[in-house]
Design a protein around this ligand. Sequence first.
Ligand SMILES: [Zn+2]
Length: 264
Amino acid sequence: MTAPDNTSYLWTAPASYAENQHIRAWWSEPQDQVLARLIEQYAWLYPWHISEAIVAVTPEDVIAAWREEDPVCQRYAWYDVLMYFGVARARTTGLEQAMRPPETLNCLRCKKAFRQDQVGASTARKLGDISNIRYCQDCSGAAFAGGSDLDDLKLSDADIADWVRDVATLTGLIPPQDFFGGDFLKTVSGDVARSQLLSLAARRPTAKRIKDSFGSWLNLLTVSGVLPDGAHHTVRGVRSVAADGHVCLSLPERTIDDWLSVRG
Ligand SMILES: [Zn+2]
């Protein structure tokens, strides 16, 4: 079996894979229900989720015994064997017929036409739900990968201060340094804001550049005016994101949240 190329969103899996008797010995209705649910939820991306979801509904000792006795598991990773079986099973039982095909859309950022399945699986996962795959691979990939050292050279310090101000204004948050390493798209709603945030993510400066130019992230926040000056007095009503992702309504709350997170 091979992953689909850009012209076919269906994986190719020989029907014979579905005849693996070592798996069929324990595979029954709950496992088929899992396949149906994954196809509904993830459409053409469902194969990537099969192994984990099947393991979750199958007793641990059953999986362990199968891995031990199935000779195919001696040659290939067991989770791949399970995925291959699942795809062949979904196809031969007709479960795959319920799959929503990928749509051809115009990317919300660059406006170019793309087909949803041309967005890679890991990028698609970061975008969230299938219905959020409305950015092409280039646009979303760039946003998640982040800026490069090369791009850093084109940015002036003023550009970087503008950039962090834009992030704060758009999200209403005081962004932590690792903001774009997390689930940042969830901090805004609406296509316009999401597109703007992806653009800001794509041209974020590197940690090294921020250190070189500003000394620290905190100092960048202060210099750019995102953090009100004078850290010694209480700043009420300023929203920020704590290290654990909680949105805090004030900096003291943020401090307490971080303190609690660090101590588990
Ligand atoms: Zn695009």
